[in-house]
Design a protein around this ligand. Structure first.
Ligand SMILES: Nc1ncnc2c1ncn2[C@@H]1O[C@H](COP(=O)(O)OP(=O)(O)OP(=O)(O)O)[C@@H](O)[C@H]1O
Ligand SMILES: O=P(O)(O)O[C@H]1[C@H](OP(=O)(O)O)[C@@H](OP(=O)(O)O)[C@@H](O)[C@@H](O)[C@@H]1OP(=O)(O)O
Ligand SMILES: [Mg+2]
Ligand SMILES: [Mg+2]
Length: 347
């Protein structure tokens, strides 16, 4: 009998393709029965393949329609992830709403989001009453997070005098001092991995009265020689910063994953310096830069293998008993392993 393999079609922007599709990933996946095949975005998706699974990060109505057509023609194919689930991450308000809905039991740590409001037009921006409940400094973020360079352009606004320089629609979010280190939590199915990155430095009372506005973009991705305040980062030791408790982070990650119905995302967390055990989620990104996650090839390959397992189970169920949706246990796995595999891909 021919060896069972999994064909994954990937549809990614060139930049993403260059960072994510490395030979090391292709080779490892191939050795475990998974073939990663580029989707030609100039050709209709339905005319390509066959694909068992589509991995994608593209924007727009046309692409979403192609995915829907493909899914209706290939009902057993797995789309990672559904465009309707990704959609909420394209708006910085709906993105964080889901955090407020999470209920996680943890006795020592608490979590939430910074106080924020949305400003749609210049008129409201100039109306002080609209934002009088916010404390300065605030960060002004473009409302839309659509992957464009523009959607990452932010401004740290030290006081009210600089407000008229902003361009709505924006989200105004209170800046919270957090010791200049941000935690990025990468999620790949059930896998959760937290890493430290540099962030904006804390803002002193003095700075609030002297400075006006600081524009920046993707500060956690800056190379070492591009640091905003070199002296600050020399003083700040990333290595000395304590990680948040792993179980706490995993609980949030799993809660978010279920609530959002997404398998592939990361979220940014800061620790509020005023409390020490209070964490704030400030950003959630679909299909982030996984290549920056140590050991990403293994993590992604394991996830692809779980998809393959899930698809094999689907087929066995269909053949043996089309009306019985219960996944039968396999001889190669314990009951616990079966449960883990079932939960690792959410579709
Ligand atoms: N409320 C906040 N308090 C303190 N620092 C913040 C806050 N919001 C954002 N930052 C800082 O600004 C950076 C950029 O903000 P944010 O993560 O929302 O932007 P982004 O462009 O969506 O980032 P990414 O590249 O992760 O998609 C954060 O990494 C962090 O350093
Ligand atoms: O640039 P990288 O590949 O590393 O990934 C970044 C990714 O850019 P890309 O998807 O265009 O590649 C960004 O996506 P968009 O918001 O722009 O859609 C966003 O998710 C960042 O948070 C990622 O960096 P990370 O959070 O992992 O550090
Ligand atoms: Mg971010
Ligand atoms: Mg983001």
């Amino acid at each position: 009998m021919a060896e069972k393999r999994l064909n994954i079609g990937y549809a990614l922007a060139l930049k993403k393709q260059n960072s994510f599709i490395r030979d090391s990933l292709l080779t490892l996946s191939k050795s475990r029965g998974v073939d990663l095949i580029r989707v030609d975005t100039d050709v209709n998706l339905s005319d390509q393949g066959p694909f068992d699974c589509i991995l994608h990060k593209l924007y727009g109505h046309d692409w979403n329609q192609q995915l829907h057509r493909f899914k209706s023609q290939n009902p057993n194919a797995i789309i990672l992830d559904a465009p309707e689930s990704i959609e909420r991450l394209h708006n910085r308000i709906s993105m964080l709403q889901v955090v407020s809905e999470l209920e996680i039991e943890d006795t020592n740590e608490t979590f939430g989001i910074p106080k924020q409001i949305v400003i749609y037009d210049k008129e409201t921006l100039l109306d002080e009453q609209a934002w009088e409940t916010l404390k300065f400094p605030v960060i002004a973020k473009p409302l839309v997070a659509d992957g464009s360079a523009k959607s990452h352009k932010m401004a740290l606004v030290y006081n009210r005098d600089a407000m008229n320089k902003l361009k709505p629609p924006i989200v105004l979010q209170e800046f919270v001092n957090h010791g200049g280190v941000i935690f990025k939590v990468y999620v790949v199915g059930e896998h959760v991995q937290c890493v430290k990155r540099k962030s904006l430095p804390d803002v002193s009372e003095e700075k609030k009265s002297v400075e006006d506005l600081l524009s920046f973009s993707q500060v956690s991705n800056l190379a070492n020689d591009e640091m905003i305040d070199d002296k600050y980062y020399k003083l700040m030791h990333l290595d000395d910063t304590e990680m948040p408790p792993q179980s706490f982070i995993v609980n949030i990650a799993r809660g978010l994953r279920r609530a959002m119905k997404l398998n592939l995302f990361n979220f940014d967390v800061i620790r509020d310096s005023r409390y020490g055990n209070r964490y704030l989620i400030i950003d959630i990104n679909y299909f982030p830069g996984y290549a920056k996650m140590p050991g990403y090839e293994m993590v992604l390959t394991d996830f692809f293998c779980d998809i393959m397992y899930k698809k094999q189970q689907q087929q066995e169920v269909t053949v043996e008993s089309p009306n019985d949706v219960k996944i039968k246990s396999s001889t190669c796995c314990s009951d616990e392993e079966v449960k883990e595999k079932e939960e690792s891909v959410q579709v």
